[in-house]
Design a protein around this ligand. Sequence first.
Ligand code: CMP
Length: 141
Amino acid sequence: MANTTTLTIIKPKSIQKNFHGAIINEILENGFKIKAMKMVQMTNSQAEKFYEVHHDKPFYKDLTEFMSSSPVIVAILEAPNAVESFREFIGATNPDKAAEGTIRDKFGSSITQNAVHGSDSNENATKEADFFFSKLERFNY
Ligand code: CMP
């Protein structure tokens, strides 16, 4: 299966709870290669832009406030069929429904404050990677 990429965000609560080391370790142990990674704190308007697709949803305000409330770690990950395989690895959006042993099951607090984000399509993976990373910040190794 061809290698593709996905974009993940380790969300504010995961970092506040000091889970980010464990999450990054699991990402690597499960065969995802880190092609780019950095810590950033989004402004509220950047979070609104990132989640623009959800702007008419009732959770949009809470989500964008949460995502800009403190630093996050963003990364481009590469793996065979990365979007789908990463979504399976992190589990369902709602941590209460995430399969046992998945990242959102182990580290998520609630549906809005779930542990990590993962792109939902190859097209969005590209858009989301371009949102955070320049060419110089991406590595082939
Ligand atoms: P994420 O993968 O970052 O992409 C969109 C986010 O919206 C999602 O994770 C959740 O945190 C949030 N979200 C999705 N559905 C709901 C919902 N029904 N209620 C609250 N937040 C939601």
